[in-house]
Design a protein around this ligand. Structure first.
Ligand SMILES: [Zn+2]
Ligand SMILES: [Zn+2]
Length: 265
């Protein structure tokens, strides 16, 4: 994509998301919050960075990974998979993706090396749809790679899942929004912002690792949904405030005092 096209895509996406989610955040706020809350500009830089630079890099790495897998997987395996009805293949891909992203996400919270990158996302102290974009590009490679891995391995055409992939992306943004809709037990099936808000609880160990449906959280005992919002969001370890500082943070040698900060997450 050319630079003017990327700028246009970023602008259109921003407008689309803002026009859809700002009114919801205004009418059904999960907590009282100004629109231009603290760190809004940092999150805007993450948004722009994703559209103008990192999105393309992540996509290129994924394409490379996909071709590499195509080269090493036996043709007989692919043929066996392709011999199944398409709906069964789609169900396998969706369930495997949910399973992988659930456990992959738990690992991001348990393995110090992965947490270095994932902690950037969790450093947001104010949640809204824009804060969803605060994500280190290498954290995105990990997450998007895991989500797409089953389709890559099974050889399922991604085009057939394009709608679902777009929905996953949009849903990931929605669950960060400062919204609490009275949907009752429906949240057991489709998830909801309040579940992910608890995942961002600063006094962590709050579960909710799933991406869309909380099915995996329910299965593996990590579903949490108190009827109020967490007291605070963020991380308890020191974290740079600036965009550039956060991009570089995972590569910084941790100070001795930081090494002991671990299981609060
Ligand atoms: Zn997390
Ligand atoms: Zn999040």
């Amino acid at each position: 994509m050319t630079v003017p096209n990327s700028i246009l895509a970023a602008g259109i996406s921003f407008l689309f998301l803002a026009l859809m989610l700002w009114p919801l955040e205004k009418v059904f706020p999960a907590r009282k919050q100004r629109l231009l809350r603290p760190d809004w500009w940092t999150d805007l830089l993450f948004f722009l960075g994703q559209y103008l630079l990192w999105g393309g890099v992540v996509f290129a790495i994924l394409q490379y990974f996909r071709h590499w897998l195509d080269g090493i997987l036996p043709a007989a395996f692919r043929a066996a998979v392709a011999g199944q009805p398409w709906w069964l293949q789609a169900a396998e891909v969706v369930l495997l993706s949910d399973f992988l992203i659930y456990w992959g996400h738990r690992l991001q919270h348990r393995v110090p090396f992965l947490w270095r990158f994932h902690s950037i996302h969790h450093s947001a102290e104010h949640l809204d749809w824009l804060a969803a974009h605060r994500e280190h590009p290498l954290d995105s490679v990990y997450t998007v790679g895991l989500i797409n891995l089953p389709a890559f391995v099974l050889g399922f055409p991604l085009e057939m899942l394009a709608g679902l992939l777009a929905f996953r992306g949009l849903w990931a943004i929605y669950i960060h929004s400062n919204v609490r809709l009275p949907i009752g037990p429906l949240r057991w099936f489709i998830g909801a912002p309040e579940l992910h808000h608890w995942h961002h609880d600063k006094a962590r160990d709050a579960g909710n690792y799933a991406n869309i449906s909380p099915l995996m959280d329910l299965l593996f005992g990590t579903y949490r949904c108190p009827d109020h919002e967490p007291e605070a969001f963020g991380v308890s370890e020191p974290m740079p405030k600036s965009y550039l500082g956060q991009l570089l943070h995972p590569f910084r040698r941790p100070a001795k005092s930081e090494k002991s900060v671990s299981d609060s997450r």
